[in-house]
Design a protein around this ligand. Structure first.
Ligand SMILES: [Zn+2]
Length: 188
């Protein structure tokens, strides 16, 4: 069965957040995977606001005070994040105060998502967050595309810069400014 069919069966053909039955589509709960357990069925209104295509209309999300009690982790995670985003509203904060997530679900809710910044953090091979100005070392030999050399394992790269892509940082190796994959670096 396809994900959308699985979700339609699970939800009884309605938005799993606001129960609308219009324009139902799959929302992959970040960090996204094509797995029905990590997806929810939403209407276009919920989907557009969750994906940031449309501005958040706080009144629409009052539906969360019911949806957050779902037994489905993907719905709990989405409700939690959306309530966090709306926590300036007292009704949302009241709901958050009541919402308790199991430890693993809380960890998912906090993964790859930040309250005031929806960008993923740049992390090194150990999962340590990297910031501009950090010094790192390479944990493996990396051929430098277009550079004509291999940056050796153990090479120190000082004063790195972050890029728009959390998977990449920029730094100077052999006098050249190059892009490195953060997963092959270790913070010094
Ligand atoms: Zn909806």
């Amino acid at each position: 069965m396809s994900i959308v069919d699985t979700l339609k069966t699970r939800s009884g053909n309605q938005c799993e957040l606001c129960r609308s039955t219009d324009n139902l589509m799959v929302y992959e709960v970040p960090p996204a995977t094509a797995d029905a357990d990590k997806c929810i069925l939403t209407c276009q209104t919920c989907h557009n606001q969750l994906s940031g295509i449309e501005e958040i209309d706080s009144n629409h999300w009052r539906c969360l005070s019911e949806a957050m009690w779902s037994e489905i982790p993907a719905i709990q995670v989405t409700a939690y994040r959306q309530l966090k985003a709306l926590s300036a509203e007292s009704w949302a904060q009241d709901n958050l105060d009541m919402l308790y997530l199991a430890e693993d679900i809380q960890a998912w809710a906090d993964t790859g998502w930040h309250e005031d910044d929806d960008r993923l953090p740049t992390v090194d091979s150990n999962g340590t967050i990297l910031q501009a100005g950090d010094n790192v070392t390479l944990i493996k030999d990396l051929p430098v595309k277009g550079g004509g050399f291999t940056a050796k394992r153990g090479t120190a790269v000082r004063n790195i810069s972050l890029t728009d892509d959390p998977k990449h940082i920029e730094g100077r190796v052999n006098g050249q400014r190059i892009v490195l994959l953060s997963q092959f670096l270790k913070k010094m």
